[in-house]
Design a protein around this ligand. Sequence first.
Ligand code: SF4
Length: 300
Amino acid sequence: MPIIPHPDFRRALTERLRYYHELGIYDFYRRETQGLESVETPVAADTGEPHPSFPLQPELREEMPARHSATVAAVAEENIFDVLTPKPEYGVADPKAALKLIREDLGDCTRCKLHKQGRKQIVFGVGNPRAELMFVGEGPGADEDAQGEPFVGRAGQLLNNMIKAMGLRREEVYIANVVKCRPPGNRTPERDECETCSPFLMRQIAVIRPKVVVALGAVAAKNLLAFNAPMAELRGRFYDFMPAGTRSSDPSWQGARLAVTYHPAFLLRDPRQKGEAWKDLQMVMKYLGLTVPSKRPEQL
Ligand code: SF4
């Protein structure tokens, strides 16, 4: 019978794994004699609580040092054992081949409830597998669901204009979403859906190794940064970003800078904010060494 670790133990283990990931340690081995699988948590018959005779190991209880970067996305508790499993793309140096392996691993995904809520197809991501710049949105809409490509509707047209205004072509960047299936009625993806799907996005980022990731809108920002704040507070600065629960095939890649700007769909609703979005893009352009026009291009 499979043994389900006690929640306290899982929580402590999650913290420990996160700590090791922040140190750049990804490979773990189980010791046969003291393996977790040989330890079953005794449970008190009356309360169902863990028996006091089963203390957590002191090293798992110790307090973890405070995180210096607030931008390391959380590993969902449910996914901690996924983290221990080597991913198919590990060790594959060619990002195009690595992305293909991630797509194959995703398969005809039924991992979250969005698979049965009317999606036509999975919208994986599109663009240059070696892109220096990556855009991450929230989830596919109707047009994207129909065409199997992110940002192809009206919002996609505006994103294309934003990319053009930066002096780039759509084919030069990579575009993906936090969730890969269309939420019904274009509702905001729910927390469990984001937590289930975003590890695939993290893996995409880890193989593409962009210099900059631009989070389009609050949902993308919240999921990438693993904290919640109003857009006004999130914008206007760079964050250090290392996709959690993953590792890059290039040990020299030290993560990306992450910037937050408005989602193009929001800019369509409130075009007065386009000037603010242009400031965000200018910041990214400067960092990437692109020529920054003195005036906001007309198409934006
Ligand atoms: S949204 Fe992501 S996790 Fe959910 S079914 Fe689609 S591909 Fe799978």
